[in-house]
Design a protein around this ligand. Structure first.
Ligand SMILES: Cc1ncc(COP(=O)(O)O)c(C=O)c1O
Length: 419
């Protein structure tokens, strides 16, 4: 047996991809499964992106390009964040990578040292902590609360800056996956005020910047003085249905951009030029399709959350943003004797022989998510409706739940959830 590094041995991964694998193997074996586990889009990539990507391949834009990204894409991205979010940026504030996720790694490697405290609002995107593990930084998790509609509280930031022995960074994600919470302009003004004069830096992870259903998207980086403190990460994955293209970009101080450029130079080398040219066309020419997709997502979210709200034992409000719905299912977990992840797996594997619904237990996003489920809206409306028809009936199948507990002891809830 080869000896693996302690990092490789201890790295936790994104459960959504494991549940997706179970769902796909059940489907391959003939089961009908509605897939609401993965945060992907049911829509095709936007049309100008596709046409420009194909054309760029035809024109042989298929070789290496600068590690920081194509200048024309960086310029387009800078003006995009200016017109959309009021961020004052130029080409040298922008760097390109394969999605938003790599910026978790680059941020950690460019800015953090071992034992640096990093404030994370829980439940949290599952790859934040593994990326801190890479550099030995220390996660400090504080809970978001349903009664705050899952908005980060500036007081939590103030306490972290005051009480932690090395408060160095914050991972801020608004609109928030998995809860759908959205930070308001006032929340961000107050957080910016706390950051000014500190040496604390923020990864502002904003993949859902066009999925705000109440108010409008606000970016921390648009606040005065924040270019010294914030790395804002954006992606083509959600707004333009381009997750498989793997393209995102970050906006930050030029010195941080150069440091991240070295990290890319020494790992990925660069992002594919034809992908950047497709993305450039999306940013500049696919606004209409994007708006149409966002309207459709909003209606899906409403359909799903309103439907879930009618089911006995489920407590849920419409999310303020994102394409996720995050219901409180503690009553059901306590009744069925299953953890929330166990409940998710029961709905997929155990509740019915020929039909299943795939979703995620809230604890896939850390212990602050326990007692909740996360549903995405990744399926067509009729499938969402079929899932909503199935759930109330499936949740009454106590015999099947007992059998599932016996065959899957790892999903048994030892202590009922409080509350
Ligand atoms: C909060 C958050 N950050 C980052 C990502 C990764 O985005 P990308 O696929 O563009 O790398 C996601 C995707 O689901 C996300 O929800």
């Amino acid at each position: 047996m080869p000896r693996l590094s302690s990092l490789a041995q201890n790295l936790t991964t994104e459960t959504a991809f494991s549940v997706l694998a179970v769902a796909r193997s059940l489907k391959a074996a003939g089961k009908e499964v509605i897939e609401l586990e993965i945060g992907d889009s049911p829509f095709p990539s936007t049309p100008h992106a596709k046409a420009a990507g194909i054309q760029a391949i035809e024109e042989n834009r298929t070789g290496y390009c600068p590690s920081l990204g194509l200048p024309e894409f960086r310029r387009a991205a800078a003006s995009f964040v200016g017109r959309e979010f009021g961020i004052k940026a130029e080409l040298d504030h922008v760097i390109v990578a394969s999605g938003a996720k790599p910026f978790e790694t680059y941020f950690a490697e460019a800015l953090l040292e071992p034992d640096d405290g990093v404030l994370i609002f829980g439940p949290q995107f599952p790859t934040y902590i593994p990326n801190l593990q890479r550099v030995g930084a220390r996660p400090v998790i504080v809970p978001l609360r349903a009664e705050d509609r899952f908005r980060p509280r500036p007081e939590q930031v103030a306490q972290f800056l005051k009480n932690d022995h090395r408060p160095r960074a914050i991972f801020l994600n608004s609109p928030h996956n998995p809860t759908g919470g959205v930070a308001t302009g006032e929340d961000l003004d107050a957080i910016a005020e706390l950051l000014r004069g500190s040496d604390c830096v923020v990864l502002s992870d904003e993949p859902y910047c066009h999925m705000v259903w109440e108010g409008r998207h606000e970016s921390l980086l648009a606040r005065p003085g924040m270019m010294e403190h914030v790395v804002a990460a954006y992606t083509m994955s959600k707004s333009y249905s381009m997750s498989g293209w793997r393209l995102g970009f970050a906006v930050a101080h030029p010195e941080i951009i150069q440091a991240m450029g070295k990290l890319i130079n020494t790992s990925a080398s660069c992002s594919p030029p034809f992908v950047q040219l497709g993305a450039l066309a999306a940013l500049e020419e696919d606004l209409e399709t994007r708006n149409d997709y966002m309207d459709r997502f909003r209606r899906k979210v409403e359909r799903l959350s309103d439907g879930l709200a009618t089911i006995e034992g489920i407590t849920v409000e419409r999310p303020a943003g994102t394409f996720y719905v995050f219901p409180d299912v503690r009553v059901l977990c306590n009744r069925l004797g299953l953890t929330s992840h166990g409940l998710a797996m029961f709905l997929l594997e155990g509740a019915d022989q020929s039909f299943g619904v795939a979703c995620l237990g809230g604890e896939c996003f850390g212990s602050a998510g326990a007692g909740f489920l996360r549903f995405s809206c990744a399926e067509p409306d009729e499938k969402i409706d079929r899932a909503l028809e199935f759930l109330p009936e499936a949740l009454t199948r106590l015999d099947r739940a007992r059998a599932y507990r016996e065959s899957h002891p790892e999903h048994v809830l030892e202590q009922p959830y409080p509350g």
